[in-house]
Design a binder for this molecule. Structure first.
Ligand SMILES: Nc1nc2c(c(=O)[nH]1)N[C@H]1C(S)=C(S)[C@@H](COP(=O)(O)OP(=O)(O)OC[C@H]3O[C@@H](n4cnc5c(=O)[nH]c(N)nc54)[C@H](O)[C@@H]3O)O[C@H]1N2
Ligand SMILES: Nc1nc2c(c(=O)[nH]1)N[C@H]1C(S)=C(S)[C@@H](COP(=O)(O)OP(=O)(O)OC[C@H]3O[C@@H](n4cnc5c(=O)[nH]c(N)nc54)[C@H](O)[C@@H]3O)O[C@H]1N2
Ligand SMILES: [Mo]
Length: 765
C-alpha cells in the first residue's frame, strides 16, 4: 500500500511517500518555491544501520557502576537491554544522585536543535520532566548568538533585530540605496529555520533587492558569503577585525562632521565617551581609516569612500551572527548599532541595522505579532545555571566561579548529565577538552536517534524516534503555515518518543500525572492546536477546526503584519516610546557595563585584539585563520550520514576550502587529504581550492561526526573533519562568556600516512 503525508523539518516541509510501511520517497512541498535538497537525506538514513534500535548500556558502566573519571566512555562497547531494565536504571540513578548531591548535581541544559515539531521537542520534554523531579542545573543563551543576547539588551534594551523584529525585506528593497553587510548574507543558511519552514522566500526577497538596484557591499573573508545575484562588491576583510573597520568609518563620520547630531542628541546617550575613544582622546590612538586599514587589511581609501557613501545614502547595516562568534564578539554588534546611530537612520525605512539576515529563513519576514504555543516547562527549583558554552569548565572545575554579565556564578558539582536533542560533540569547542571533561560525571544519559558521537559517549543510551515515527504539529516563529506531522512509518526497532521515554521514567519516580497531564500524545498535539486557535482567535485570525486541519495536513493563516521598520516608534518619539535601557535611549556608553569593571569589555564599544587572529604572534606557528561556517548540505551534525552530506565528502572527509596560493605554499592540490592542526588538536579534511577566500583563511564547515582514530588515547586525531577539534574553549569576554569558534588559528599539511577508514558511520559493538 502506498501513502503520502506532509512532514516538517527545520529545513522545510516535505511530502513523504511510503509503501508497505517503508519510506520510498521524499520531495519538497509543492507550495515551497525553493525547497531545500537536504530533505533527501532522510530517505536512507531514517531506516538505516545507524539507527539506535534498542536501549543500550556501556559495558564498563554496567560492570563497575557509576564512578567519576571513567575513561571507558567513548571507547567501550555497549550491551543492549530491555526497555524496562533501562528505565529502572535511569530512575534509580536519578534518585541516587538527587539523594546524594541534590538536584543541582544533575546537568540538564541539554542544548540543541532536536527536530521540528512543537510537542516532541526533545529539550522541552526533558526540561519539563526534570522539573517534575525537583529541577536541574540549566544553561542560558544559545551557541548561535550568545554574545549578542547579552550585549544588545544593554545597548537597545532588548534583542530586537537579532532573531526577531527586524526591518522587513520589503522596506529595505524599497528604501535602501546601500546595504553594507559584515559577513555577507550566505544564502545556504536560509535553508533552515527552527521549528520548520513553510516557504523558502529569501531568493525572492533578494530578487526584489536586485530589481530595485540596491547596492551591496559584502565585508567578509569569503567572497561567496554574498548572494550570487546581487553583484555585491567584495571587501576581503581579515577575520575578526570588523569592529576596527566600523571604528574607522566612525572616525571619518565624526571628524568630517557627517554624523546626524540631532538624532544622536534625541535618541542616544554616551556619544562623548565614544567620540573620545574614536578620536583617540581617551587612549592616544585615533581610530582613523588608516588605523583600521592596517588591522583589517582593507585599503584606507576604500574605507573612507565607503564611509562617505554610507552617509550619502539610505544605508542598512547588516551583521551576520558568525561575526559575534569570535573573541570579543560583543564589540562588532555594539559598534554596528553605534555606527547606525551616527548615521542617524535607525528607525527609518531602508536605514539602521539588523543582525542575521539570511542566517535563517524567516529573518526579515514580517512577524505574526503573537507567539505560537510551546510545551509548558513547569518550574525549576534549582537556581544554578551556566552560560551555555561553559560546559567543559563546569564539569572540570566544580566549586570554582565564573564572571558573567555582572554576576559571579559558582559551578555546581555535576554528577549526572542528561542530554536529549543536541550533540555537544558537534557543537562545543575544543573537543579534546570536552572528552576529558565528559569523564568527570558519574553517569551520562542520552536519548538519541543515531549512533553518533553523543550516543557513543553516553553510559545509558535510549533510542528516540524520528519525526516520521510519531504524530506532531509544526509551528515556527514568523511562519504562517502549520503542518500536521502525521506518523508515516512505525518506530524503527524499539525506538520511543522522548515523551514516551520520559513518561516511563516519571512513572517509576511517581511524577507521571504531573509530567504527562494524563494525556496521550495525540491529546497533547490536539491541545497545541486548540491553544493556537485560541491565540489567533483573540487577534481576529481564524483557523480551521482540528479535524479539517488534520485531514488537510496543513493550515495557513492570514498574516496580521506585512511590514516593519525596526525602532521606528522609538525614533518617532523617544520619550513616549523609550527603550528598556537604563537611559531609555540607545547606549553608546553603558554605565552599567562600565560599573562591572571588566578589562575585556569597557563602557563603550572598542577594538580588542582577539586571542587568535592573523595579527597575533601565534600566527607564526599557525598562519591560517580557520572559519567554521554552517554546512550547506545539512543542519549541523544532523544527517551527516545522509546522502546529501555524503555526496559532498572527498575521500570520505569533510571538504576544507583553501586559497590556491596558500595551498601552493604547502604543496597541496585539490582533493588532497590534509591534517589540520594546532596546539589543541587535529583533524583530517580534504582540500577544495577556492580563489574566493582572503589569503590566510580556510573554511571548514561544521557537522562531520567526530571520529577519533583511537578513542582510548587522549587527544586522538579526528579522521573526519570536525572543526571543533581545533577551536578554542574560551568565553568571548567576562560579559557574555559566548563561544568563539571563529577565532581559531591552524596550520595545514599533507597527510602522508595511509588514509584511515571512516568509522563514525559504523555502529559500535
Ligand atoms: N566550530 C563551530 N561550532 C559550532 C558552530 C560554529 O559556527 N562553529 N555553530 C554553533 C551553533 S550556531 C549551533 S546552533 C550548534 C548546533 O548544535 P546542535 O543543535 O547540538 O547540533 P545538531 O546536530 O542539530 O544536534 C541535534 C541532535 O539531536 C538529535 N535529535 C534530533 N531529533 C531528536 C529527537 O526528536 N529526540 C532526540 N532525543 N534527539 C533528536 C540529532 O540526532 C542530533 O544529534 O553548533 C554550534 N557549534
Ligand atoms: N544549511 C544550514 N543552514 C543553517 C545552519 C546549518 O547547520 N545548515 N545552522 C543554522 C544556525 S543554528 C545558525 S546559528 C545560523 C548561523 O548563521 P551565520 O552565523 O551567519 O553562519 P555561518 O555559516 O557560521 O557564518 C557565515 C559567514 O560568516 C563569515 N565570517 C566568519 N567569521 C567572520 C568574521 O570575523 N568577519 C566577517 N566579516 N565574516 C566572518 C564566514 O565567511 C561565514 O561563511 O545558520 C543557520 N542556518
Ligand atoms: Mo545556531
Amino acid at each position: 500500500m502506498t501513502d503520502t503525508t506532509l512532514t516538517a523539518t527545520h529545513w522545510g516541509t516535505y511530502r513523504v511517500r511510503t509503501s508497505n510501511g517503508r519510506l520510498t520517497g521524499i520531495e519538497g512541498w509543492s507550495r515551497d518555491p525553493d525547497p531545500s535538497p537536504i530533505g533527501r537525506s532522510l530517505l536512507t538514513a531514517v531506516e538505516g544501520p545507524l539507527r539506535i534500535r534498542r536501549p543500550a548500556i556501556r559495558k564498563g558502566w554496567l560492570k563497575n557502576g557509576p564512578r567519576q573519571g571513567d575513561s571507558g566512555r567513548g571507547a567501550e562497547p555497549f550491551l543492549e537491554v530491555p526497555w524496562d531494565e533501562a528505565l529502572d536504571l535511569v530512575a534509580s540513578e536519578l534518585l541516587r544522585v538527587r539523594e546524594a548531591h541534590g538536584n543541582e548535581g544533575i546537568y540538564g541544559g541539554s542544548y540543541g536543535w532536536a527536530s521540528a515539531g512543537r510537542f516532541h521537542h526533545a529539550q522541552s520534554q526533558l526540561h519539563r520532566f526534570l522539573n517534575t523531579i525537583g529541577g536541574y542545573t540549566r544553561s542560558v543563551q544559545t551557541y548561535s548568538s550568545a554574545a549578542a543576547e547579552i550585549i544588545l539588551p544593554h545597548v537597545i534594551g532588548n534583542t530586537d533585530g537579532l532573531t526577531g523584529h527586524h526591518s522587513t525585506w520589503d522596506t529595505i528593497a524599497e528604501h535602501a540605496g546601500l546595504i553594507v553587510a559584515f559577513g555577507g548574507l550566505p544564502t545556504r543558511n536560509s535553508q533552515v529555520q527552527p521549528g520548520g519552514v513553510g516557504e523558502h522566500r529569501l531568493a525572492e526577497e533578494l530578487r526584489a533587492i536586485e530589481r530595485r538596484g540596491v547596492r551591496m557591499v559584502s565585508i567578509s573573508p569569503v567572497r561567496d558569503d554574498a548572494p550570487a545575484n546581487l553583484a555585491a562588491e567584495w571587501l576581503p576583510i581579515r577575520p575578526n577585525t570588523d569592529v576596527a573597520v566600523m571604528l574607522g568609518i566612525a572616525h571619518l563620520l565624526i571628524s568630517q562632521g557627517l554624523c546626524d547630531r540631532a538624532f544622536i542628541e534625541r535618541c542616544c546617550v554616551g556619544f562623548d565617551q565614544l567620540r573620545a575613544y574614536v578620536l583617540g582622546e581617551s587612549d592616544g590612538i585615533p581610530k582613523t581609516p588608516e588605523w583600521a586599514a592596517n588591522l583589517a587589511d582593507i585599503d584606507a581609501v576604500r574605507i573612507i569612500a565607503l564611509a562617505r557613501e554610507m552617509a550619502a545614502n539610505r544605508t542598512t547595516i547588516m551583521v551576520n551572527w558568525a561575526v559575534q562568534r569570535g573573541d570579543h564578539g560583543e564589540q562588532p554588534y555594539w559598534m554596528a548599532i553605534a555606527l547606525a546611530a551616527l548615521l542617524g537612520q535607525i528607525g527609518l525605512p531602508g536605514g539602521g541595522v539588523g543582525f542575521g539576515y539570511g542566517a535563517i529563513n524567516g529573518i526579515g519576514s514580517p512577524e505574526l505579532g503573537f507567539k505560537w504555543p510551546a510545551l509548558p516547562q513547569g518550574k525549576n527549583q534549582v537556581s544554578a545555571y551556566i552560560p551555555v558554552a561553559r560546559i567543559s569548565d563546569l564539569l572540570l572545575n566544580p566549586g570554582s566561579s565564573v564572571e558573567f554579565n555582572g554576576n559571579r556564578l559558582v559551578y555546581p558539582d555535576i554528577r549526572l548529565v542528561y542530554w536529549a536533542g543536541g550533540n555537544p560533540f558537534h557543537h562545543h569547542q575544543d573537543i579534546n577538552r570536552l572528552v576529558a571533561a565528559w569523564r568527570r560525571p558519574e553517569t551520562i544519559i542520552a536519548h538519541e536517534q543515531f549512533w553518533n558521537s553523543l550516543a557513543r559517549h553516553a553510559d545509558i543510551v535510549l533510542p528516540a524516534t524520528t519525526s516520521l515515527e510519531r504524530n506532531d504539529i509544526a509551528f515556527a516563529n514568523r511562519e504562517n503555515v502549520i503542518v500536521a506531522m502525521k506518523k508515516a512509518i512505525e518506530p524503527v526497532g524499539e525506538a520511543r518518543s522522548d515523551f514516551a521515554i520520559l513518561s516511563g521514567i516519571a512513572e517509576r519516580m511517581g511524577t507521571l500525572a504531573e509530567f504527562s497531564n494524563n494525556w496521550s500524545e495525540d491529546e497533547w498535539v490536539r491541545d497545541f492546536y486548540e491553544r493556537a486557535r485560541t491565540t489567533t482567535g483573540a487577534v481576529g485570525i481564524s483557523m480551521p477546526d482540528f479535524a479539517s486541519f488534520w485531514r488537510d495536513g496543513h493550515a495557513t493563516i492570514e498574516r496580521p503584519v506585512r511590514s516593519h521598520v525596526m525602532l521606528a516608534a522609538f525614533r518617532d518619539d523617544p520619550r513616549a516610546n523609550p527603550l528598556k535601557t537604563p537611559s531609555g535611549r540607545i547606549e553608546l556608553y553603558s554605565a552599567t557595563i562600565a560599573s562591572f569593571g571588566y578589562d575585556d569589555c569597557l563602557g563603550h564599544p572598542a577594538w580588542f585584539e582577539p586571542a587568535e587572529w592573523l595579527g597575533s604572534p601565534l600566527a607564526k606557528d599557525y598562519p591560517i585563520h580557520l572559519l567554521s561556517c554552517q554546512p550547506g548540505s545539512k543542519l549541523h551534525s544532523q544527517y551527516d550520514h545522509g546522502e546529501v552530506s555524503l555526496r559532498e565528502k572527498i575521500a570520505g572527509r569533510a571538504p576544507i576550502r583553501l586559497g590556491p596560493l596558500d595551498a601552493k605554499a604547502r604543496g597541496l592540490s585539490a582533493g588532497d587529504v590534509v591534517r589540520v592542526f594546532n596546539s589543541r588538536g587535529a583533524c583530517l579534511a580534504a582540500i577544495v581550492l577556492d580563489d574566493g577566500l582572503r589569503p590566510g583563511t580556510a573554511v571548514l564547515a561544521t557537522g562531520a561526526w567526530y571520529d577519533p582514530l583511537d578513542p582510548s588515547v587522549p587527544a586522538s586525531l579526528d579522521k573526519h573533519g570536525n572543526p571543533n577539534m581545533l577551536t578554542p574553549d574560551k568565553g568571548s569576554s567576562r560579559l557574555a562568556q559566548a563561544p568563539i569558534p571563529n577565532s581559531t588559528l591552524v596550520e595545514i599539511e599533507l597527510f602522508r600516512d595511509p588514509v584511515p577508514p571512516i568509522t563514525a558511520f559504523v555502529p559500535p559493538v
